[in-house]
Design a protein around this ligand. Structure first.
Ligand SMILES: Nc1ncnc2c1ncn2[C@@H]1O[C@H](COP(=O)(O)OP(=O)(O)O)[C@@H](O)[C@H]1O
Ligand SMILES: CC(=O)N[C@@H](CCC(=O)OP(=O)(O)O)C(=O)O
Length: 300
């Protein structure tokens, strides 16, 4: 079926709108975090993979970090293991850690690799253990409740934070035209595995690579206020207030924290975007209409 003159002209307009973005981002690193909740729809997964391939083909260096919280939750449920979260982090005992490693390093990682390869890219899946990419240490979680005088430090098991990053394996892959797909599992000097929140990993990698953009795809329109309005251009003070009054909670806590840390650490910008929108990644990179919440260092 041929396009009408008007439709063809609109398509040409959109394509030509992409030109300055292609020029601006060629050779630049874009870290994309693909969230577990944006990863449950087959069509969205396939369009995400095409977007990543397109970025690579026009000369950008996409680095994919993925989550898989819902997928871990599904397998834990089948195994009759309960899921508990504190401050957006999964309480991870030894049995849970085995499942986390199996799901993130196995099924989820290889599914994304497969989708990107099917779309015409050359993806390689790794975990933070490969090439000692992610050295981790145990995360100390501060937990507070209104009735408590001071926050207490609680043990949530094999949950880690990033202690150091060695990007050699990422550099080697991107320099050979591969697209790295990274599962957020870290390791310490003793060889112990750690479950690390995928947003935190994406943020740290964006910081170390001094990425042009950190894109966090999720299942909401962006960071929202109490009335559901999407907020953008926030200062750190505003973010602190939104956390204190409970507007930001659960999985959004590590997301917003890592976005702020990444831009403070040298990533140019962080975007929290709606992964439920078809081709959200492409829209954010190549058009004038950014989708979601933008955080830059100038915002506070
Ligand atoms: N202020 C807020 N604005 C938007 N979402 C919020 C906010 N506070 C908490 N959330 C929750 O954070 C969730 C996103 O975090 P998470 O479930 O961990 O996503 P992902 O799996 O994509 O990493 C949203 O689905 C929403 O329930
Ligand atoms: C410590 C911690 O909570 N780790 C996460 C790792 C996966 C993840 O971050 O997945 P999403 O991005 O899909 O939420 C978890 O076990 O669910």
């Amino acid at each position: 079926m041929s396009l009408t003159r008007e439709a063809a002209s609109n398509t040409a307009k959109v394509l030509s709108e992409a030109l300055p973005y292609i020029q601006r981002f060629t050779g630049k690193t874009i870290v994309v975090k693909f969230g577990g909740n944006a990863m449950v729809d087959e069509k969205l997964k396939a369009s995400f993979a095409r977007d990543i391939v397109m970025m690579k083909l026009v000369g950008m260096n996409p680095v994919v970090v993925h989550g898989g919280g819902p997928q871990i939750g599904d397998l834990l449920k089948k195994l009759n293991i309960e899921s508990h979260f504190i401050n957006g982090m999964r309480v991870t005992d030894s049995k849970t850690m085995d499942v986390v490693e199996m799901v993130l390093g196995g099924t989820v990682n290889k599914e994304i690799v497969n989708l990107i390869n099917h779309a015409g890219g050359k993806a390689v899946g790794i975990t933070g253990k490969d090439g000692q990419l992610l050295m981790a240490r145990k995360l100390k979680v501060r937990h507070s409740k209104p009735e408590m005088a001071a926050p207490e430090i609680i043990d949530i098991g094999h949950v880690g934070e990033v202690a150091s990053i060695d990007t050699s394996v990422i550099d080697m892959l991107t320099n050979s035209d591969f697209i790295p797909v990274i599962a957020p599992i870290g390791v310490d000097g003793e060889g112990r595995s750690y479950n690390i929140n995928a947003d935190l990993v994406a943020g740290k990698i964006a910081e170390v690579l001094q990425a042009e953009k950190l894109m966090l795809l999720t299942n909401v329109a962006g960071l929202q206020d109490k009335n559901g309005q999407v907020l953008t251009g926030l200062s750190t003070k505003q973010v602190d207030d939104l956390i204190a009054d409970g507007t930001i909670y659960g999985g959004m806590l590590p997301k917003i924290q890592c976005a702020l840390d990444a831009v403070k650490g040298g990533a140019k910008a962080a975007h929290i975007i709606d992964g439920r929108v078809n081709h959200a990644t492409l829209l954010e990179i190549f058009t004038d209409q950014g989708v979601g919440t933008l955080i830059t260092n100038t915002t506070g």
